[in-house]
Design a binder for this molecule. Structure first.
Ligand code: 2U9
Length: 356
């Protein structure tokens, strides 16, 4: 038995790899291994011989198994050491260039507009893009026969056969957000509602989805004078220069009186420059909220009054950044966006903290 121990314990300690170890395991304690065969012989021994040989063989088997495990661990450690010596990282290598995204002009302008109105005490309100025709039209004093409600102009959601619920539409303006906000929060209020809107319109200057920001201020004595000041303040901050405005009487179902607002510009050299020259550019619709619209929002028009306005975000983005083509937005092509200066990470965003 001592001979067996000497033979195997020594060989295991010197085994060069896992395959050699496995060979030794089979030769010693495998089914037909030397120790196993010896154990089988126990049956033929006298009880006295067995009492001595049995425990000794078991101890030898344990000893060999322990030695096998120890050598296996030692071999694995040695292999790891070897790998660590040969495999190494050059931490001084420059990193691989990564493709960068860019903040979309519409997102950037939405944040700029939000920051400017936030400074004047306006909070942001949001709402669903699929609306009931009540919130999108009736509550805004747009009657059933109004052309805007025709399927030619508005996307109606398909209804199943026999589904007689009132129609749902893709909102055609963000005005329903203001109705919901008036219902939920009452007066006084000061909010802007930026977001996507949809109209069945597609040509050189119109896309079926575009972005609007609308504003609403309601209090006991809000007037057109407040509207004019807020808008002039906005244009000057947004374009970074003093911008004259021109208010022209107009008509919208949801405001009375209503005004379209032009900003001062020049068209020299085929480009539009805002805040200089003698020309005018229409950018915005506005007015005093119609009493029926206040009532639809559960606000008493005998107690409260307010102004509202609406403008296209895509349009004021194109004006500020000199983008002449809607494709820059519609295809969100990085080459277009970069061309107009929308490189990643070098644009101020609200997340990074706006400084003006
Ligand atoms: C409520 C009451 C009144 C929002 C208004 C306009 C005039 C307007 C257009 C500008 C360009 C839409 O994107 S555009 O095509 N908007 O002319 N919007 S007043 O009036 C409201 C809104 C909500 C409760």
């Amino acid at each position: 038995m001592d001979e067996l121990r000497g033979k195997y314990i020594e060989a295991i300690a010197e085994a060069a790899d896992e395959a050699a170890l496995e060979e030794l395991r089979l030769a010693a304690v495998g089914k037909k291994g030397e120790v196993s065969l010896k154990m089988r012989e126990l049956g033929k021994m006298s009880p006295e011989e067995r009492q001595v040989a049995g425990p000794a063989l078991n101890a030898l088997k344990d000893e060999i198994n322990t030695a096998l495990t120890a050598r296996k661990v030692a071999l694995a450690d040695a292999a790891l050491d070897e790998r660590l010596k040969t495999e190494w990282l050059d931490v001084t290598l420059p990193s691989r260039p990564r493709r960068q995204g860019t903040i979309h002009p519409v997102s950037q302008v939405t944040e700029e507009v939000t920051a400017i109105f936030a400074d004047m005490g306006f909070a942001v309100a949001e709402g669903p893009q699929i609306e009931t025709d009540w919130y999108n039209f009736d509550a805004l004093n747009i009657p059933g026969h109004h052309p805007a409600r025709a399927e030619m102009d508005t996307f109606y959601m398909a209804r199943g056969e026999g589904d007689n619920r009132p129609p749902h539409v893709l909102r055609t303006h963000t005005s329903p957000v203001q109705i919901r906000s008036m219902e939920a929060g009452g007066a006084p209020t000061r909010i802007i509602c930026p977001g996507r809107v949809y109209r069945a319109d597609y040509d050189q200057t119109h896309t079926p989805m575009f972005h609007q920001v609308e504003g609403l201020a309601i209090d006991r004595d809000i007037s057109m004078a407040n509207l004019k000041w807020v808008l002039e303040e906005f244009f000057t901050a947004y374009f970074g220069t003093n911008v004259k405005t021109r208010f022209r009487a107009s008509h919208f179902p949801f405001t009375e009186p209503s005004a379209e607002v032009d900003i001062q510009c020049s068209f020299e050299g085929g480009t539009v420059k805002v805040g200089e020259g003698d020309d005018w550019l229409e950018v915005l619709g506005s007015g005093m909220v119609h009493p029926d619209v206040l009532r639809a929002g559960k606000i008493d028009p005998d107690e409260w009054q307010g102004f509202a306005f609406g403008m296209g975000i895509d349009r004021i983005a194109m004006l500020k950044y000199g983008i002449p083509d809607l494709r820059a937005f519609f295809e969100s092509d990085l080459r277009w966006l970069r061309h107009y200066g929308f490189a990643a990470l070098d644009v101020p965003t609200l997340h990074a903290g706006v400084s003006r």
